[in-house]
Design a protein around this ligand. Structure first.
Ligand code: 3H9
Length: 687
């Protein structure tokens, strides 16, 4: 075995040169890795070996370019330099894939003549998630392997494909045994030599693309069908353009176009925001001072208290991953109703197969007796949002649950420390704040009480991963992170109405910024009656509710709705707004779209600064992760804190001061924001 460099080895196994890469954690294509691969291929080609096998050590094949340092990709050797060696090889090159072959990793594997993978391996081009497109030939080679339609779907969705499907589609040539990749790939390489198989080079393959040449319909239809989904995003359009070039143009021309578009994408603020978010999401799992190796407790059985919409949705998360759940209710009718709602949710879900529904339902067991929680490793309380009620429940849980069980509350507002104090084991108590609908929304806020132990916290973090939620850790404080940061913006919409701004105009401004919907459409969706106003205060929303307008679920809200739930302008809502405004004697104001946007977003930035100052969030990027996953904040802008950094905190403070004078003290800049602005600092680290 010869060490090529610190991360690459070359050895000879009979007639096959084996190039092994080992650069933890994910074999990303850093300069050192590229140097190792380039030099390794050169030496292998100069050797007497008759075939070359590329394989990785550690948990995965190459997971792509090193996105922590994309600028480093400009240094030689480039991925393309390595690919040229592979393409020009006079003997078979085989890639042996386990874990994930993603982005530049798959693009290298696509240059091999053959690919062998273990069944659990995944192959994908996920660049689009980072606001990028494949930049090392992926848009040119994948259509030549799979045809343009499948390539379009795979590259624009960024979703990886499992090895068995890749085998069926011809992207992988053979599956290896899960625990014998190297041996099976060597056998495969020898078979290729023995059979003198012709060397497949995707760059020269025409059969899958030729049939579509001169037929733009496929691409036009794809653009039309995905326009809404990819609204505002740059990369998907460029991907379609490049795949079309793969069909229409010679390989080298397509490659040149891809390279140009890749650099445009890499330089775009959108991609910078998405790469920032990639690391923000991972950092959100890290707790300063808590050792990463803190052992999580095993969670094999879960209890949920309350079979309402929230409790039912929470239970579904566990049934979906095969964990049995005991659901506790007080009355048999409530239990039966809750279980039937869950069944309905499963039956309505896309692609639901009856046997899957039955399998999941069989994991849900209803009970009216808390004593049935005795074997649960975790119990999540999702009862009425009232401190006394929750304290009582936790007192009972303390009696019913086994020692070491994690006792969690789904409270969205209440003081978790007080809830924990109702038990004799506050170290085992934690908040698991799901967002509604809990089986759909990606965010899970993990609320760490003053006495929550590191093991309980580690258990919750691991659990979040298992149920595929994006987790953010919060300290105890009203509204925790996401609801708290969103609240001033939502409160301000009453002012917008009093200033004479039509709901549709406000909604349009926020929709065009990238939110899935504006605040009025959102209120109509969640229900105008679910948010409590401060005692004694009447708002336009409460007037709407009093007039029977509760939103989409009944009577319409700020909009009327047709049978397909499309919003329509509502004369009835407009007249409630106008009456309220006239009675309040509020004057109509001229407000520009830019100001609507700044007022909405800067209120969130300002509240985020307070959440940081109070230590509720560990870091600014956690707030961004919470807002993106809990409130649909557009990831192309990176979240409110990152967005403010890009605008410049001094500019944000100046605007807030202007708004404070014009509109009131709700805009007063938070001390942390003013301080950072004065010091010329940012909330978030450079991506
Ligand atoms: C590309 O390839 C462009 C090319 O087309 C063209 C170039 C010219 N770089 O997620 P995990 C770190 S674009 C640097 O927790 P998992 C990650 O931050 C790239 N670092 O593990 C974490 O660090 P830490 C296309 C990376 O098992 C650690 O690795 N590729 C990269 O849940 C473990 O990660 C992608 O978009 C990277 N590329 O999931 C793939 N990837 O421990 C992005 C990971 O310090 N990666 N890290 O927090 C992934 O999807 C997942 O990380 C993966 C592993 C599925 C690989």
């Amino acid at each position: 075995m010869t060490a090529i460099n610190a991360v690459t080895d070359l050895s000879l196994d009979g007639e096959v040169a084996v190039l092994t890469l080992n650069s933890p954690p994910v074999n990303a294509l850093s300069l050192t890795v590229r140097e190792g691969l380039f030099e390794g291929f050169k030496q292998a080609l100069a050797s007497s070996a008759r075939a070359i096998l590329l394989i990785c050590d550690g948990p995965t094949f190459i997971a792509g370019a090193d996105i922590s340092n994309l600028a480093d990709m400009l240094k030689d050797p480039s991925i393309e330099d390595i690919q040229k060696l592979m393409d020009g090889a006079d003997r078979p090159v085989v890639a042996a894939i386990h874990g994930t072959a993603l982005g530049g990793g798959l693009e290298i594997a696509l240059c091999a003549n053959f690919r062998v993978a273990v069944p659990s391996a995944k192959l994908g081009l996920p660049e689009v998630n980072l606001g990028l497109l494949p930049g090392a030939g992926g848009t040119q080679r994948l259509p030549r392997a799979l045809g343009p339609q499948k390539a379009l779907e795979m590259i624009t969705s960024g979703k990886p494909m499992r090895a068995p499907e890749a085998l069926a589609l011809g992207l992988v040539d053979e599956l290896a045994a899960e625990d014998a990749l190297r041996a099976d790939a060597l056998t495969f390489a020898r078979k290729v030599l023995a059979e003198a198989r012709p060397l497949v080079r995707l760059r020269n393959r025409e059969d899958k693309v030729a049939a579509f040449r001169g037929k733009p319909e496929l691409f036009e239809a794809f653009r039309a069908s995905t326009a809404k989904n990819f609204r505002g995003q740059l990369a998907p359009g460029w991907i379609v353009e490049c795949v079309e070039a793969a069909v229409e143009k010679p390989f080298e021309d397509g490659l040149a176009l891809e390279k140009q578009r890749f650099f445009q994408a890499a330089m775009s603020p959108q991609s910078a925001a998405r790469r920032y978010y990639f690391f923000a999401e991972r950092n959100a799992q890290k707790v300063p001072g808590a050792p990463a190796e803190t052992a999580a407790r095993k969670i094999a059985r879960v209890g949920v208290i309350g079979a309402g919409a929230m409790g039912g949705g929470i239970a579904m998360n566990f049934a979906n991953i095969g964990v049995p759940v005991t659901i506790i209710e007080m009355k048999p009718e409530a239990l039966a109703h809750g279980l039937s709602v869950i069944r309905g949710n499963y039956e309505r879900s896309r692609g639901a197969r009856p046997e899957e529904t039955e399998k999941r339902m069989s994991l849900l067991q209803g009970s009216l007796d808390m004593a049935d929680l005795k074997d649960c490793d975790l119990v999540i309380e999702a009862v009425f949002e009232n401190l006394e009620v929750k304290k009582q429940v936790f007192g009972k849980l303390d009696q019913a649950c086994k020692p070491g069980a994690v006792l969690a509350s789904n409270t969205s507002f209440l003081n978790l420390n007080e809830i924990a104090a109702a038990t004799g084991r506050p170290q085992d108590v934690i908040g698991l704040h799901f967002f509604s609908p809990a089986q759909v929304m990606p965010l899970l806020e993990i609320v760490r009480g003053d006495k929550t132990s590191p093991e309980t916290l580690a258990t919750a973090i691991e659990l979040g991963k298992r149920i595929r939620k994006t987790t953010v850790i919060s300290r105890v404080g009203p509204g925790f992170i996401a609801n708290r940061v969103a609240s001033p913006r939502l409160a301000e919409i009453n002012s917008f109405l009093l200033e004479g701004l039509p709901p549709a105009r406000v909604d349009k401004v926020l929709y065009e910024f990238g939110f899935p919907m504006g605040p009025f459409a959102m209120l109509d969706l969640v229900g105008l009656d679910v948010i409590a106003d401060p005692p004694g205060q009447e708002t336009i929303r409460s007037r709407m509710v009093a007039a029977g307008r509760r939103g989409q679920k009944g009577g319409g809200g700020f909009y009327d709705y047709d049978a397909q739930r499309n919003p329509q302008p509502s004369p009835a809502a407009d007249s409630i707004i106008e009456d309220f405004r006239a009675a309040a004697g509020a004057a109509i104001k001229e407000v520009s779209d830019e100001e609507i946007l700044e007022r909405s977003l800067y209120l969130e930035v300002n509240e985020g600064a307070k959440v940081l100052e109070e230590g509720i969030a560990i870091r600014a990027s956690d707030i961004d992760v919470a807002m993106i996953n809990g409130y649909g904040w557009p990831v192309d802008h990176g979240g409110p804190m990152y967005y403010a950094d890009q605008i410049g905190l001094d500019k944000v403070v100046a605007k807030l001061k202007e708004f404070e004078l014009k509109y009131g003290p709700q805009y007063r800049p938070a001390p942390r924001l003013e301080r950072l602005a004065a010091e010329g600092q940012k909330f978030t680290a450079k991506p």
